[in-house]
Write a protein that binds this ligand. Structure first.
Ligand code: FPP
Length: 251
């Protein structure tokens, strides 16, 4: 249920979810290999993390590698894996120094063992942080997440731990990989496409959607500010009428 207070946009979203699109086009426009775009993409991710931490955002989810990205050329996939390892090795001390927690969602067992180790280390080392939660979606798909949550609940019913009546939206929510995080209230996609691309399908039921043509490597703090300003200007009704929302916000 949405409370009266929640039924308007707070000035700052609690959870921002981003599809970081446009690395390849950024590189192509400069006659560079696609990998150069991904490298610059890591820098843009660092800027977005800093800007969200400064703005008091609680959680930032970044879509780094979708379940469908395995279809890319082998060289691009392996250079992305290497880039993730390097980025983790380099960035974790900085995250720790800034009290930022890092968590990964997605089917990580498909990744090279070295990357899985770096992911586990990064999660352990930042687990105690109390500031911004950065969630990296890697080998993630929204349908995969809903299916794994459904399987988990089904197993519990089968074992007699849960009754069928207890299979509710709230129970499914708690079985998703994002359990414990607020739902994203602002979704940003860069790179000019207007799609959800199998991102946080369940969790973004009420997210405000914001699309920009800016290519991800060019994404700066000012672009995040523009997205937050657009979010703050929107009325979030959660199924109510505009009049009900006004009454609720003045109550
Ligand atoms: C989309 O650009 C981006 C990706 C497939 C993911 C790679 C993202 C990064 C390297 C950013 C770093 C993130 C973290 C958290 C380490 P694209 O290749 O689809 O661009 P295009 O649409 O222009 O081809």
């Amino acid at each position: 249920m949405v409370s009266a207070i929640e039924a308007t946009s707070p000035p700052v979203p609690r959870h921002v979810a981003i599809i970081m699109d446009g690395n390849g086009r950024w590189a192509r426009a400069r006659h560079l290999p696609r990998t150069a775009g991904h490298k610059r993409g890591v820098e843009a991710a660092r800027r977005a993390i800093e800007a969200c931490a400064q703005r008091g955002v609680e959680a930032l989810t970044l879509f780094a590698f979708s379940s469908e990205n395995w279809k890319r050329p082998d060289e691009e996939v392996s250079s992305l894996m290497q880039l993730f390892v390097t980025a983790l090795e380099r960035e974790v001390p900085r995250l720790m120094a800034n009290d930022i927690q890092l968590r990964f969602i997605g089917a990580r067992e498909a990744f090279p063992v070295r990357l899985q180790q770096r992911i586990a280390e990064a999660e352990t080392r930042t687990a105690g942080a109390t500031g911004l939660k950065v969630v990296v979606a890697a080998n993630y798909g929204g349908r995969w997440d809903i299916a794994q949550a459904a399987r988990h609940l089904a197993e519990r019913v089968q074992n007699g731990e849960l009754t069928l009546d207890a299979v509710t939206p709230e129970a499914l929510d708690q079985a998703l990989s994002t359990a414990g995080l607020p739902d994203p209230d602002l979704f940003i996609r860069t790179g000019g496409e207007h799609r959800m691309s199998n991102f946080l399908l369940w969790q973004m039921a009420y997210a405000e959607l914001y699309f920009t043509d800016v290519l991800w490597p060019d994404f700066e703090a000012c672009h995040l500010e523009a997205a937050i300003a657009a979010f703050s200007g929107r009325e979030r009704r959660f199924g109510m009428t505009g009049d009900q929302v006004s009454e609720a916000s003045h109550a």
